[in-house]
Design a protein around this ligand. Sequence first.
Ligand SMILES: Nc1ncnc2c1ncn2[C@@H]1O[C@H](COP(=O)(O)OP(=O)(O)OP(=O)(O)O)[C@@H](O)[C@H]1O
Length: 296
Amino acid sequence: MTAAWQHPAPPDPARPLLALDGVGRRYGPLAAVAEVTLRVGAGERHAVIGPNGAGKSTLLALIAGTVRPSAGRIHFAGREVTTAGEARRARLGIARTFQQPALADSLSALDNVALAAWPHERRATDRGGPRGGGLWRPARYRALRTRCLDQLAQVGAASFADRPAGELSHGQRRLVEVAAALAGRPRLLLDEPAAGLTEPQAQRMLAVLRRLPAVGALVLVEHDLAFVGALAQQVTVLHEGRTLAGGTPAEVGADPRVREVYLGGAASGSTTPGSTTPGSTTPDSTTPDSTTPERE
Ligand SMILES: Nc1ncnc2c1ncn2[C@@H]1O[C@H](COP(=O)(O)OP(=O)(O)OP(=O)(O)O)[C@@H](O)[C@H]1O
């Protein structure tokens, strides 16, 4: 298998790949995200967790460029991208899964991945390869196909490479989406691994993400610290749009403020059945909420 997720220019390890400083987003009187400062290093797996409505999806959208900040600054790979749109950020190496419409239903899984990979192939050609060629050149199409098949294999989706995306289950589509996002060789992948998945599907997605080579960074959004504990090196906990805590999964799992938000929220019924307590990753966890319930 080829190393599918590698960027030609290795980032400077001394500089964070992604830096958010005092980032906020208001919707009228509501601060969906407020004063968030965050650093993600190259190759880092960083999870953003928090109860419902904490601002996780908005934060991911702010990083992807689908939502513009009302305050603060965002730098990626040494450049300021605060006002840059999604397309420019994608060209700089930020990829986000689970955007609609994510896949073309009539195309096979493989062709969906090839479609996502093609702009990257074209840019690589424009930079140094022979000019004037196109995807339709047989040798180039074969090479692209091989690389995309490798990418599908990497996420465990090779067996349905030739099936139309419209015929795939939701879990299979999510795997193809991840393969398509990785095919663009992003420096940073943004994902909501468990979005819309059943518990077994979510566990499978977790296993896929854990196997990814540690070249690109990953920022993932989750409700559940137990889910990300095995994957993320750093965790940011959001609550009502603000950063409540940050650190390793063990550190935030042991943080009384974090436990209060989850346990208090669960006690008052303000979390969904899909959320669970971070206490489930700590040895002293004995609460009834520390089980991993069925996801939505
Ligand atoms: N486009 C919007 N217009 C108005 N309010 C919004 C918009 N997007 C998000 N919000 C509000 O901002 C807050 C944060 O929402 P967000 O979806 O980012 O939270 P979340 O942590 O991802 O929640 P969940 O886990 O339920 O998906 C919520 O109160 C939400 O209603």
